[in-house]
Design a protein around this ligand. Structure first.
Ligand code: GDP
Length: 445
């Protein structure tokens, strides 16, 4: 059962209460049974479910509820609170400090999205005023350093690593020392994974933790792994002092429930969620917003935050205006503007955060095509060199072919992007005042 379905089933169970003429223990029992089944189908750990369902039962005492009270609302509120507490950990959420370098170590199985998430995490903090740097301590998987290097370059985050050193502890310790001297205030260590839980992996994590003394260990978990989530999270927790969880791939057909169990297993808060392969598909986790959306209720604060998040800062705006007034519209600027549009995310989830709107108000296929087109353009731009990104001249044929080969697309796709770029450059050369996100939004159509 995917996460959206889980929300649907729980809301359904609650809605049925509206059809009952009397709300009593029996009706509550039926409703909670349905919720239990829904959570089980979504792979939430059994013990965990029982504990929380019992809490709801204990919190609603029919003998003490006086006549005239809205029992349905009280049950709804109790379920909402319990779903929030299911996701909340007693432990405070980790935030890096200013002034003193914070060391953050990422752990997780191979394929969980650890390397991608390290860069997303660095990028998120860079946007919010930190000065992050990455260390590749994954000496186990061939190509790990190159992968992180590619991501770090795209996100413009400095990286420390080695092609030749095989000891991950040595790389991590040297990296931390070097980056501390270079006054980075957020040092992020990407560690190696394995396809399955292995003693050697846990031993390596223990040694890395001892040697680098991280301020927090973040456990990265793929949301689609099902019932094994609890055991996997617990195994990591028993080896290292996990202090926070990031759940990835919540965009796909993920059985998110399994990953919710990770909260119980590690007793650590979820701090972010990964919602796609792109660097910007990363959201700060807010329990109440998440549960509201899960149950199809409105999330006005989430909506406002998302909208505000795409407003371009004053400094950025004036720099863009200056560049444009000099007739300078580069591929890099095009990339940044496409990113602004993507930061807004698809409109349907945005609308679904508002009361009275349903996601089917938006023609989904058209929106999907537009998003896919923007992402395709960004992938092409990603494979250009820095020199090409900052250049405002046309690209020669051999470069076009190289870029197309680099992203595995046909030359005509790259040519289409160049045409779009020219059209925009021409348009911007005539424009004195900026409203770029608005103009570029038209590209998706
Ligand atoms: P690692 O082995 O744990 O370092 O995992 P990677 O970072 O290499 O990610 C494995 C795959 O998952 C890659 O193809 C990523 O692009 C993809 N991935 C990572 N995070 C997400 C996410 O939030 N959503 C989706 N759809 N894919 C993701």
């Amino acid at each position: 059962m995917v996460l959206a379905e889980l929300g649907g089933c729980i809301s359904n169970a609650l809605r049925k209460l509206n059809n009952s003429s009397v709300i009593d223990k029996k009706e509550l029992g039926k409703c909670l049974n349905e919720i239990t089944h829904a959570l089980r189908d979504a792979d939430v750990n059994f013990e965990f479910i029982n504990r929380h369902i019992n809490n709801i039962k204990n919190n609603i005492n029919f003998d003490h509820l006086s006549e005239g009270l809205n029992k349905r609302k009280i049950i709804e509120q109790a379920v909402f609170n319990e779903l929030c507490s299911l996701l909340n950990s007693e432990k405070p959420s980790f935030t890096p400090r200013k002034g003193k370098p914070s060391i953050v170590m990422f752990v997780g199985l191979q394929g969980s999205g650890k390397t991608t998430t390290c860069t997303k995490y660095a990028r998120h903090h860079k946007k919010n005023g930190w000065n992050p740097a990455l260390i590749c301590a994954d000496t186990f998987r061939a190509g790990a350093f190159d992968q992180l290097k590619q991501n770090a370059t795209k996100a413009k985050i400095p990286l420390y690593g080695s092609y030749t050193e095989l000891d991950p502890v040595k790389v991590a310790v040297e990296g931390v020392e070097r980056l501390k001297k270079e006054v980075y205030d957020l040092i992020i260590i990407d560690t190696s994974g394995r396809h399955k839980q292995e003693a050697s992996l846990f031993e390596e994590m223990r040694q890395l933790e001892q040697a680098t003394k991280p301020d927090v260990v973040i456990f990265v978990m793929d949301s689609s792994i099902g019932q094994s989530a609890f055991d996997q999270a617990q195994a990591f927790k028993q080896s290292v002092d996990v202090g926070a969880v990031i759940i990835t791939k919540l965009d796909g057909h993920a059985k998110g429930g399994g990953a919710l169990s990770a909260v119980a297993a590690t007793d650590s808060p979820v701090i972010f969620i990964g919602t796609g392969e792109h660097m910007d598909d990363f959201e700060e986790f807010n329990t109440q917003s998440f549960v509201l959306r899960l149950l199809g209720m409105s999330d006005l604060p989430g909506f406002m935050k998302k909208i505000n998040g795409v407003v371009i800062s004053k400094d950025e705006k004036s720099k863009q205006a200056q560049d444009l007034s000099k007739g300078k519209f580069t591929f890099r600027m095009m990339y940044e503007q496409l990113q602004n549009i993507l930061n807004m995310g698809p409109m349907s989830p945005l609308l679904s955060m508002l009361p009275g709107f349903k996601s089917d108000f938006m023609p989904k296929t058209k929106e999907k095509d537009a998003q896919a087109k923007i992402k395709r353009y960004m992938t092409i731009l990603d494979s250009m060199t820095n020199k090409e990104l900052d250049c405002k001249k046309d690209m020669c044929k051999s470069r076009i072919m190289r870029v197309a080969r680099g992203v595995g697309l046909q030359v005509k796709e790259v040519t289409k992007l160049l045409e779009e770029y020219k059209r925009l450059a021409k348009m911007f050369s005539k424009v004195k005042t900026l409203n770029t996100p608005h103009m570029l939004k038209r590209m998706g159509g």
